[in-house]
Design a protein around this ligand. Structure first.
Ligand code: NAP
Length: 302
């Protein structure tokens, strides 16, 4: 099956980047888009995120071979209901949500009988909205597709080819496993960043200005993650509750062990852990998932 028309619902960072990537890569795909926010629709049209921004959801999806829901995970069901009246019978419905089991259930309930293949491009930034998207967002990044058991193989191939066409590397995964893996690699790190930035700003014996002034000591890198969209992240934690709580339990145990090592002066435990974690950073760079220049490649001048 050929994907010649794509409808993008939600024209923020992810939706905008998909539209721009399709254009930048010269793919023979016509794009339409819709967002519930009139201001976002206007800005999306100004930036040319898609070929045609529609005023109504059902018009955006009419005739589309692939519809991609790019809204917060808590809004997937509402967006699915909005597009339902306009869907072509052959359309593949996919999404970019950061948690997968809950989204798969919400979409199946809202669109019974539709060809639903959830996906999650593991690519993003702390920015959101229609000005945040950029064409290279998916280049070299993984897109995890979580097909249901009864998935149409031709539709799955077409969706995989679509993401490969945007420059992504595609991996197929069971939705529950996706949620567990992403709890460790993304959701818990965000929770830790939100916590440490919140704790620092609540401290009474260290002033706010000192926290900001000396932020380059590590805090600064947490503030980037903790600046991520509050709606998106609220929804991620509410929809991936089980996996996040399981991983948080493991994390708390490890943190307690470190606390004990510090209290008892057990330098070997600290040194061994820090040596292992440094090796993991090296692997992240070797696999092209980050910049090997010091300080994430920030320019420091002379
Ligand atoms: P975003 O920049 O905030 O864009 C989402 C857009 O969807 C907003 O314009 C929002 O409008 C709109 N929207 C909300 N509810 C809607 C509805 N019911 N119908 C139509 N439009 C609606 O967010 P994003 O970063 O692109 O995230 C979108 C999805 O991608 C989320 O599910 C997220 O989990 C996933 N994701 C994000 C990242 C990341 O790093 N940001 C990475 C991978 C995947 P309003 O402003 O009016 O709410």
């Amino acid at each position: 099956m050929t994907i010649a028309r794509v409808a993008i619902i939600g024209l923020g960072l992810l939706g905008g980047s998909i539209g721009l990537a399709i254009k930048a890569r010269g793919l023979a795909i016509a794009t339409t888009g819709w967002d519930r926010d009139a201001g976002v629709r206007e800005r999306a049209a100004e930036r040319g995120l898609v070929d045609q921004v529609c005023e109504r959801a059902e018009d955006a999806v009419a005739g589309a071979d692939l519809v991609i829901l790019c809204v917060p995970v808590g809004a997937m069901a509402e967006a699915a209901r909005a597009i339902a009246p306009g869907l072509a019978p052959h359309a593949i419905i996919s999404d970019v949500g950061s948690s997968k089991e809950a989204v798969a259930k919400a979409l199946a309930k809202a669109l019974p009988g539709a060809c639903i293949i959830p996906a999650h491009p593991v690519a993003g930034t702390e920015q959101s909205g229609p000005d945040a998207g950029f064409a290279a967002l998916f280049a070299g990044r993984w897109c995890i597709i979580t097909p249901p058991e009864d998935c149409d193989p031709a539709a799955l191939d077409a969706l995989s080819d679509f993401w490969t066409g945007l420059g992504s590397r595609v991996e197929l995964m069971d939705a529950a496993h996706h949620d567990l893996v992403l709890a460790v690699t993304s959701h818990i790190p965000h929770l830790i960043a939100y916590t440490i930035v919140g704790t620092a700003s609540d401290l009474e014996d260290v002033t706010q200005s000192e926290v900001i002034k000396y932020s380059a000591g590590g805090f600064r890198d947490f503030t980037r993650i903790a600046a991520s969209d509050p709606v998106m992240w609220r929804d991620v934690f509410l929809t991936n509750k089980g996996a996040v709580l399981e991983m948080l339990g493991r994390f708390s145990e490890d943190l307690t062990a470190l606390q004990r090592a510090i209290r008892s002066g057990d330098g070997d435990t600290l040194f061994d852990l820090f040596t292992r974690t440094r090796a993991i950073r090296r692997q992240v760079i070797e696999q092209g998932q980050d910049d090997e220049r010091p300080d994430f490649g920030r320019e420091h001048g002379e």
